[in-house]
Design a protein around this ligand. Structure first.
Ligand code: CDP
Length: 235
């Protein structure tokens, strides 16, 4: 029997989904695009990083699922929008400055593979995307969070280029290990949605990637001026 899912609205959300592996440049592209459009910028990686930070601060083992869930269950995560971007608060505190530390880089993919953690953050992410036009970046936005998003991109770059970009940011981060864990997990693995446009940014700078994505949007029923309406879903 087919049932109607009340949680799935008939109108496609005003969401531009940007997925991709670690250090592919998707955050910079999503931020620039959101600023240009006046849409809300949503970095879902920061939500997983905030959950991981809570686990680390509680001295729990990020690889122990029940220990992680015990911490997550007693922690409140909220996502107010400030200055055009969604901010993740942990028990009301802004933890932005602590999200890219080495311990968080090391542990985040362990925490992110736990289905219940993903379910909690999925609700937050859908809440934002359904309430305002958003450019949302992550690993599973086009596949799981907003499979009905009218505009989807998968920003990639070679492993060498990505490792180099992360190094230039002055961060120690084993992007290869995180990618392996993110792409092999059972729940919401990192992958391009079947209907996403894949952009290889290895040979492009940020301005070139943003210009390329904007040109692709313009060719996909995305008006640069005037009221924006999602195109009707094709049958
Ligand atoms: O900035 P970078 O691309 O290195 O990573 P991030 O977007 O901050 O994401 C950090 C980690 O969170 C990823 O390695 C994934 O394990 C997890 N993540 C996820 O599972 N799903 C998302 N939608 C976003 C991030």
């Amino acid at each position: 029997m087919t049932t109607l899912d009340d949680s799935t609205p008939a109108v496609p959300p005003l969401v531009i989904a940007i997925d991709g592996p670690a250090a592919s440049g998707k955050s910079s592209v999503a931020r620039e695009l959101a600023a240009h459009l006046g849409w809300t910028y949503v970095n879902t990686g920061n939500m997983y990083r905030a959950a991981t930070l809570a686990v680390i601060l509680a001295d729990a083992d990020p690889t122990d699922e029940s220990a992680v869930l015990e911490v997550i269950d007693r922690t409140e995560f909220t996502c107010p929008v400030r200055d055009g971007r969604s901010v993740i608060l942990v028990n009301g505190a802004d933890v932005d400055g602590e999200l890219n530390s080495e311990p968080v880089n090391k542990a985040v993919s362990h925490v992110a593979r736990i289905p219940k953690v993903r379910a909690i953050l999925l609700d937050l992410q859908r809440g934002i995307g359904r309430s305002q036009p958003s450019v949302m970046e992550g690993r599973d936005i086009g596949t799981v969070i907003f499979p009905d998003a009218p505009w989807k991109f998968y920003i990639d770059a070679s492993e060498e280029v990505r490792a180099k970009r992360r190094g230039l940011q002055g961060l120690t981060d084993s992007v290869r290990d995180r990618d392996r864990m993110d792409s092999t997990r059972k729940t919401a693995p990192l992958m391009a949605a079947a209907d996403a446009v894949v952009v290889d940014s290895s040979e492009m700078n940020l301005a070139e990637v943003v210009a390329h994505v904007r040109a692709l949007l313009a060719s996909r029923s995305f008006p640069e001026t005037g009221p924006v309406q999602a195109p009707a879903a094709s049958a």
